[in-house]
Design a protein around this ligand. Structure first.
Ligand code: C2E
Ligand code: MG
Ligand code: MG
Length: 776
């Protein structure tokens, strides 16, 4: 801290008023250089009380200036202006002179006198003056300290109570001037950037009109700006006891004096949490800031720094908490609220006591056709599609409705409807509102959308649940809306569906089947049954078709029709398909080792072929056991129609690996001759429905099967008839076929476990050709 300037005089000043000039000269001689004598009462009587330390006067002058002396002594109060009355010792002093002791004079000196006595008297009176001055200083200091303490405590409570930095500094400036009578207090801070200017942020006081002058001065390099910067940099308090002393160097000082500012204290605010600054306080009194007051104001500044630091830390924490909250409750891709937000929102709705005034509905929206965009064009395009659809969705609903992205291509909307007409009518009403909004959303989302250079046509399916009719738990309500959406999808998509108990039940079954299927895969609960394929003419077993089975704990063995559609839907077909192919190949190896030279037919699903069917992968599963040429891969007719170019290439690749290829369930699909002739196929399996027709009177079965046979022979395809259940059917098929046609069916044998197949095949191998006509 820099010390306040001192203004104490060096040698005491004595005003001399002696009617006899020779007495004045005598005095001058006796006192010598030790005192500063002022002869006569000149102009400026008013300030005499401060300017001189002692008055030496004789009776004549006292009489003449009696009123003035009394007035000066009164004005000097609480200081003392001592007066020494000089009396000529020749005549006896007037009795009134003694009466004046303690009134207009403090001591009487008879002259002539000795130098020692004169000096002793004068020193005594000057000591009186000094004591009075010290007493006054002490009193003033005390007043200043008490007042500063009061300010300090008022400011402390502001520091504790303020909720924001701006409130803190504004209130603090105001309190400083209100409590302590200062003329101006301001607080400023360095800019956030190192090169940005210092800025005055809060101020108060009757001289606040000085602030614009100061701001203007600080807007460019100036001594004042340098002082502020030094004060903050060195963390040092700076006191200016008399702003006028700075004249004529600073025009700013002139402005300060115009605004009644005489002294200033600049207190650094060195904070840890943000830009540092300074608090500056002005008084209209020079020498106002004594040591004690400076100390208290420094404490005030330290407390202010503490307040600023804790408010800033608090505000940073609040900001971080707000960011964390935003991230936790917002979907990063679309900026929409996320599932967590939705759960809270629904919790609030459900926890509000039912007033019967509002009904709510949840719309669960799932896009049909989004996955292929994402797979084919990449995530960037997929993300942009989702962003644009989110905007469309938001634009389709009212501001009061909540739009949420749950994840992937799933969105939810919560709508509310005011209830007025009684529960039943309102139920109908909210259902009606929800369906109408769902249709609007479907139409809006279905409009063509151009992203990534392509125009996309998406569809949406919407499931609807009502609150609280369809659940009192947020998760359950969302799940039920999902189930209703699934039903909308199952019925063809592009529509809305209201949740009902029936959907929940079927969904429950589906869900438990799904869980059990995954378990079955992990625990290898599946089995392969084998159905013999025989030569129609000789009934010799030439091959087996591997058909998957799922044995249950209760002994029931489930057929693929009950679980394969779900296996395909939940994406288990690839691991299960691989297991089937490998198991069938291993079984064939075992039979070959036992001398049963058979081929093996294995079914391939469309989802094993698309989009990533890999011939080498399939061959890799088989080759450790048998040459792929022993394996007939069966692909349904419709699977072959999926993507002509890709199919052609894949079948060729499978052929190149050595696999035999068969078209399964022929006649049930949409294949054309022209398509088939381009594909690398070896066999054609006539669907069971045609074989069934062969027995029926007046049916066209025979004609149809004959056409299929003709077609197969023109394409050079070997035929296998499926579902032969009677000897008559076998005979008809044999008659119609050319060459060595094959068949399979319950007439010969149903699909059976491996060990049974083995027994049958070995038994058949021992029979003569005549006996071979007899079914198993
Ligand atoms: P599919 O490939 O056409 O297999 C023939 C189906 O007809 C088998 O049904 C078989 O049991 C049945 N069948 C055979 N002879 C007769 C008969 O005389 N009368 C009647 N009514 N049915 C007969 P399954 O085993 O239920 O298989 C049904 C379908 O499931 C198969 O048709 C095949 O498309 C598929 N599938 C079976 N196993 C697998 C597999 O491991 N992978 C794949 N992807 N699909 C499989
Ligand atoms: Mg088959
Ligand atoms: Mg078939």
């Amino acid at each position: 801290m820099t010390a306040p300037n001192s203004s104490h005089q060096e040698s005491p000043r004595i005003a001399v008023a002696l009617a006899n000039p020779s007495n004045g000269e005598l005095l001058e001689r006796l006192l010598g250089q030790a005192f500063h004598l002022k002869h006569g009462f000149f102009g400026g009587h008013e300030s005499l009380a401060q300017e001189v330390d002692l008055v030496v006067i004789d009776v004549a002058c006292l009489r003449q200036h009696y009123k003035l002396i009394r007035d000066l002594r009164r004005r000097a109060n609480p200081m003392v202006l001592p007066v020494l009355l000089v009396v000529e010792s020749r005549g006896a002093p007037h009795p009134q002179v003694a009466d004046e002791l303690g009134k207009s004079v403090d001591d009487i000196l008879r002259i002539p006198t000795s130098q020692v006595e004169l000096q002793a008297r004068i020193n005594n009176l000057l000591r009186l003056r000094t004591l009075a001055r010290e007493q006054d200083d002490a009193r003033r200091q005390l007043v200043g300290v008490v007042s500063a303490l009061r300010t300090l405590s008022a400011c402390d409570s502001i520091v504790v109570r303020s909720e924001s930095e701006s409130e803190l500094i504004r209130s603090l400036c105001q309190t400083i001037v209100d409590e302590d009578g200062y003329n101006l207090a301001w607080i400023g801070f360095n800019g956030e950037q190192s090169d940005s200017a210092f800025e005055i942020c809060a101020w108060a006081g009757p001289s606040r009109a000085f602030v614009p002058d100061l701001r203007q001065n600080l807007s460019k390099p100036s001594p004042c700006a340098d002082t502020i910067s030094w004060c903050i940099r060195t963390n040092t308090t700076h006191v200016v006891n008399d702003i006028a002393d700075m004249l004529p160097f600073s025009p700013l000082s002139e402005r300060a004096i115009t605004h009644q500012l005489a002294a200033a204290i600049m207190l650094p605010l060195k904070t840890e949490s943000g830009p540092s600054g300074c608090l500056t306080i002005y008084s209209n009194r020079t020498d106002h800031f004594d040591h004690k007051e400076c100390q208290l104001l420094e404490r005030l500044a330290a407390n202010l720094v503490f307040g600023l630091d804790s408010l800033r830390t608090h505000s940073v924490r609040e900001q971080q908490a707000a960011e964390i909250h935003y991230l936790a409750y917002t979907d990063a891709l679309t900026g929409l609220p996320n599932r967590r937000h939705l759960i809270h929102y629904l919790d609030d709705i459900l926890s509000t006591p039912e007033t019967g005034a509002t009904e709510y509905a949840i719309l669960f929206i799932d896009l049909d056709g989004f996955k292929p965009i994402n797979d084919a064009l990449g995530h960037e395009v997929g993300d942009e599609v989702l962003r644009q659809l989110a905007q469309r969705l938001q634009a389709s609903v009212r501001d009061s409705d909540l739009v949420v992205r749950q994840g992937g291509d799933e969105f939810l909307v919560v709508i509310s409807g005011a209830v007025r007409n009684g529960p039943q009518q309102d139920f109908v009403k909210i259902v009606d509102i929800a369906h109408r909004l769902a249709n609007r959303i479907i139409a809006h989302l279905g409009e063509p959308l151009t992203v990534g250079g392509y125009t996309h046509h998406l569809n949406a399916s919407v499931g609807i649940t009502l609150i609280p009719e369809h659940g009192r738990d947020p998760t359950l309500l969302i799940e039920n809306a999902d189930k209703a959406m699934y039903e909308a999808k199952r019925q063809g998509g592009g529509q809305s569906y209201l949740f009902s108990k029936d959907i929940a039940d079927s969904h429950q079954q589906r869900f438990s089947l799904e869980t059990r299927l995954r378990q079955a895969m992990e625990q290898q609960q599946f089995e392969l049954y084998y159905q013999p394929i025989f030569e129609l003419s000789s009934c010799r077993i030439v091959a087996a078709e591997a058909l998957i089975r799922w044995p249950q704990d209760d002994g029931e063995v489930l057929s693929p029709g009950t679980f394969m559609p779900l296996v395909e839907k939940i994406g288990l077909i690839n691991p299960i398909g691989d297991w089937v192919l490998e198991t069938a190949a291993r079984q064939l190896r075992a039979w070959h080792n036992q001398g049963l030279e058979l081929s093996m037919a294995v079914n391939l699903s469309i989802n094993q072929l698309y989009p990533n069917g890999d011939a080498e992968h399939f061959a890799g599963l088989v080759k450790p056991y048998v040459d792929p040429s022993w394996i007939h891969l069966e692909v349904t007719e419709n699977a072959l129609m999926e993507d002509p170019a890709k199919t052609e290439a894949l079948l060729k690749a499978l052929n190149d690996q050595g696999f035999q290829l068969a078209i399964d369930d022929f006649g049930t699909g949409y294949s054309s001759l022209s398509r088939l002739q381009h594909l690398s196929l070896q066999s054609l399996k006539i669907d069971r429905s045609f074989v069934n027709e062969l027995d029926r009177p007046d049916s066209k079965g025979e004609a149809l099967v004959a056409i299929i046979h003709q077609m197969a022979s023109s394409l050079n395809l070997h035929t296998i008839a499926e579902g032969i259940e009677t000897e008559h059917q076998r005979q008809l098929l044999l008659d119609m076929s050319t060459g060595k046609a094959w068949g399979q069916g319950y007439w010969f044998s149903p699909p059976i476990p491996a060990h049974e197949f083995e027994r049958l095949a070995k038994a058949r191998a021992r029979l003569s050709s005549r006996d071979e006509m007899v079914p198993f």
